[in-house]
Design a protein around this ligand. Structure first.
Ligand code: COA
Length: 260
């Protein structure tokens, strides 16, 4: 698969999507979103890929948001299509059956942060700056931040980020639970791979069920969510991996996952 705006690699059962438009700080235009979508589809159906890492080229930006040129002289229908495309990408990341790690190597602004919000883990470099600056352009976030930020960091902090449009440092983002970990830029890739390695050692079936069941909490009431958890548990219990995991524990040995 060859792409113009992203670098798509597979290494030791880990897929890496690197947004590669450094001349615009890796801003996302329509073409880039379509390329990410097609990489995501490939990752979903490749049984050898266990984890996805998303990052950006260079040491300045993960992604400075939607490419603002996409908003110039467009019809309402064209803008709607662009917004819906961003939703498709973020929802596909969120629903991917494999864990996704965002490795934020600098600015993660607007749609860039929204992409990261859909990931399961965020590791940020210490020079990273995160924010939703859309308000400064007279617009609002359109790829999920008004909804996902509220659920992730609460309505108070979500309003602070979206209404003021100011940037957080990586440390500030860590303090409010927006990112999992902050590391020096030079160690970002290594840390993302270390995390991927830990995830690769788990049963892929259990990871998929865990991810989807946790995500269900964002869409349901507590009784609905608990029902979903119960049904997920039962479905997972019938997998070969669950049987193997329980057997291996009782036999005091390491489990051998089949991913079934
Ligand atoms: N869309 C399109 N181009 C963008 C962009 C975006 N979201 N973000 C940055 N760029 C371009 C700049 O226009 C500039 O292009 P040029 O070299 O042709 O002038 C290039 O990337 C470098 O950016 P620059 O602004 O010169 O870098 P900086 O270090 O001074 O500032 C930022 C960095 C991130 C603070 C600044 O680029 C910025 O505010 N970007 C927009 C962020 C934003 O509002 N995102 C949400 C969009 S809806």
């Amino acid at each position: 698969m060859s792409f113009k705006n992203i670098i798509y690699e597979k290494k030791n059962n880990v897929a890496i999507i690197t947004i590669n438009r450094p001349h615009v700080l890796n801003a996302l235009n329509r073409e880039t979103l379509l390329e990410i979508l097609s990489a995501l589809m490939d990752i979903e159906k490749d049984p050898d890929i266990k984890v996805l890492i998303i990052t950006g080229t260079g040491d300045k930006a993960f992604c400075a948001g939607a490419d603002v040129n996409e908003f110039k002289d467009k019809t309402l229908m064209e803008i709607l299509e662009f917004i819906e495309l961003g939703h498709r990408v973020s929802t596909m990341i969120e629903d991917l059956s494999k864990p996704v790690i965002a490795a934020i190597n600098g600015y993660a602004l607007g749609g860039g942060l929204e992409l990261a919000l859909a990931c399961d883990f965020i590791i940020a470099s210490s020079n990273a700056k995160l924010g939703q600056p859309e308000i400064n352009l007279g617009i609002i976030p359109g790829w999920g931040a008004t909804q996902r930020l509220v659920r992730l960091i609460g309505i108070r902090k979500a309003k602070e980020l979206i209404l003021l449009g100011e940037m957080l440092t990586a440390e500030e983002a860590l303090q409010i639970g927006l990112v999992n970990k902050v590391v020096p830029l030079g160690r970002l890739r290594e840390e993302a791979f270390n995390l991927a390695k830990k995830l690769k050692e788990k049963s892929p079936v259990a990871l998929k069920f865990a991810k989807h069941t946790i995500n269900a909490a964002l869409k349901s009431t507590l009784p609905e969510g608990l029902d979903y958890e119960k049904m997920s548990f039962i479905a997972l219990y019938s997998s070969e991996d669950a049987q193997e995991g329980i057997k291996a524990f009782l036999e005091k040995r390491k489990p051998v996952w089949k991913g079934k």
